[in-house]
Design a binder for this molecule. Structure first.
Ligand code: F6P
Length: 327
């Protein structure tokens, strides 16, 4: 059913990602361009419950496109996971006469949005904002490209010391349970291997690496490890290596939250701008409860249930490319 949307609310939720500000800017300005009013909701669903809601005008989003983080702040709300919390959130939506929401975040954000939209019949559009690139139905997510660039800059530096000391480095990157950051940063930085959760469930990747004689032609090596209980993380693998192969001089670097910060790349600013504008177009078309994705450079609408399905897999063929290039 279509109804006229006069006021939209916009929020960011979950882990921040570079490019979220560009998305907030695009949503705000496209909405205003279309004669809508914009309410900015601070601190994600937490702020929706706490009534941290203010009017936003075009100047509120000036001079933010180049900044990492999110000017709206972000949070992971336990209260929104309860029916009572969502009732308070909805009361605030009524109070501020918000007709539709644009939520920018990852799988947790869309899980909350899907339940809320079902319970209260409010149109919600999602924008994929996460460095992990682990949402289905989109080739890329806002923040992923910047995070990849941050990682390869760090790996380039570590490589200098690794090769000088002829050491083996395990470098841990984010990605919770998804290996995209690990695989593609390994490819882009010329690392020996990426150890990722998706593959660890099928094969012991450290064992495989050693069996393949990973150090045949080199005196130093870099292995990128996705943080996760499944892989054991960089510390877990280094421990094993020290016991099984004491001949290697092993070191660990955990890149941590540095990967979430910094000025967004051109690509992240562009996709955030396109997706933000598309969110308002989607609402005008009567779309609801979909995430905006980009597939083959085209904007697509992805139902929340599909976006959070958890079956976006890394391409096994590309792992083979990585292996081939590291001989
Ligand atoms: O989902 C984004 C992400 O950066 C993950 O890669 C990481 O595991 C997690 O957030 C870290 O969350 P927090 O900042 O709450 O420690």
């Amino acid at each position: 059913m279509r109804y006229e949307i006069k006021t939209i609310g916009v929020l960011t939720s979950g882990g921040d990602a570079p490019g979220m500000n560009a998305a907030i800017r695009a949503v705000t300005r496209t909405a205003i361009h279309n004669g809508m009013r914009v309410k900015a909701i601070y601190r994600g669903y937490k702020g929706l419950i706490a009534d941290e809601i203010v009017d936003f005008h075009t100047e509120n989003v000036s001079n933010i496109i180049q900044h990492g983080g999110t000017i709206l702040k972000t949070a992971r709300s336990q209260e929104f996971q309860t029916p009572e919390g969502r009732q308070i959130a909805f009361n605030n939506i009524l109070k501020h006469q918000i007709d539709a929401l644009v939520v920018i975040g990852g799988d947790g954000t869309f899980t909350g949005a899907r339940i809320f939209a079902q319970e209260y019949n409010i149109p919600i559009i999602g924008l994929p904002g996460t460095i992990d690139n682990d949402l289905c139905g989109t080739d890329t997510t806002i923040g992923y490209d910047t995070a990849l660039n941050t990682i390869i800059n760090a790996v380039d530096k570590i490589r200098d010391t690794a090769s000088s000391h002829e050491r083996l480095f395990f470098i841990e990157v984010m990605g919770r349970d998804a290996g995209f950051l690990a695989l593609y940063s390994a490819m882009a930085s010329g690392a020996e291997a990426a150890i990722i959760p998706e593959r660890e469930t099928k094969v012991d990747q450290l064992d495989e690496l050693i069996r393949n004689g990973f150090r045949k032609s080199k005196n130093s090596s870099i292995v990128i490890v996705a943080e996760s209980e499944v892989t054991g993380g960089a510390n877990g693998l280094a421990e094993r290596m020290r016991i099984e192969h004491p001949e290697y001089d092993v070191r660990v670097t955990i890149l941590g939250h540095i990967q979430r910060g910094g000025s967004p790349s051109a690509q992240d600013r562009i996709i955030a701008s396109r997706m933000g504008a598309a969110a308002i177009e989607a609402l005008k078309e009567g779309q609801r409860n979909v995430m905006i994705g980009i597939i083959n450079d085209e904007i697509v609408y992805v139902p929340f249930t599909k976006a959070i399905k958890d079956d976006k897999n890394v391409d096994e063929e590309e792992l083979k490319v990585l292996q081939m290039l590291s001989i």
